[in-house]
Write a protein that binds this ligand. Structure first.
Ligand SMILES: [Fe+2]
Ligand SMILES: [Fe+2]
Length: 182
């Protein structure tokens, strides 16, 4: 694999792994703060980030050995509105800069597995940002967010709120396989 795509995959793996963990921590905090739906949202998106980390890791499966990698990450354990704000900032960065640049680099370098895993993550992050935006508006005024059933595709991490389609629009996995957060 070409060096730049390899290091971008490692960085994305690291960033998604940390997001997975951070959202779990913030889910527990949201539950403590009395925001049951924000807690459910963090839990669902945490699973989605785990699936992205896994996809990036698998795209690297033939790159055996150890490496140090650097990834952007949000920190802080504050009131839930602050945690949602940091989460939203991370998603927006991934949508506006990180994944488009990583994907374009992978395309230039003709790295097919990376193009796929970056592209799928990018689409899911758009849904995450939209839901966090809604959660931010609610929590800033001290309210829990209104949230329908949450669905996460186990193959690619695509995330839905409300009524899920019969097949995943990104990877074609069947609805019966989706993780449900109701
Ligand atoms: Fe995300
Ligand atoms: Fe999928």
């Amino acid at each position: 694999m070409k060096d730049m795509t390899k290091s971008n995959l490692q960085s994305a793996y690291s960033g998604e792994s940390q997001a997975h963990m951070r959202y779990k921590i913030w889910a527990e905090k949201a539950a403590k703060d009395g925001f049951a739906n924000v807690a459910r949202l963090f839990k669902a998106i945490s699973l989605s980030e785990q699936k992205h980390a896994t996809a990036h890791f698998m795209a690297l499966k033939n790159e055996v050995g150890s490496a140090s990698d650097v990834a952007g990450a949000g920190f802080g354990y504050g009131p839930t509105a602050q945690n949602v704000q940091i989460a939203l900032g991370g998603e927006e960065f991934e949508i506006a800069e990180m994944y488009p640049v990583y994907k374009a680099t992978a395309e230039l370098q003709e790295e097919k597995a990376a193009i796929k895993s970056f592209g799928r993550a990018l689409e899911a992050e758009k849904v995450h940002a939209e839901l966090y935006r809604k959660a931010l508006t609610a929590t800033e005024s001290g309210k829990d967010v209104e949230l329908g059933t949450m669905w996460v595709c186990p193959e690619c991490g695509y995330t839905f709120e409300g009524e899920a389609p019969d097949i995943c629009p990104l990877c074609k996995a069947k609805r019966e396989t989706f993780a449900v957060f109701a």
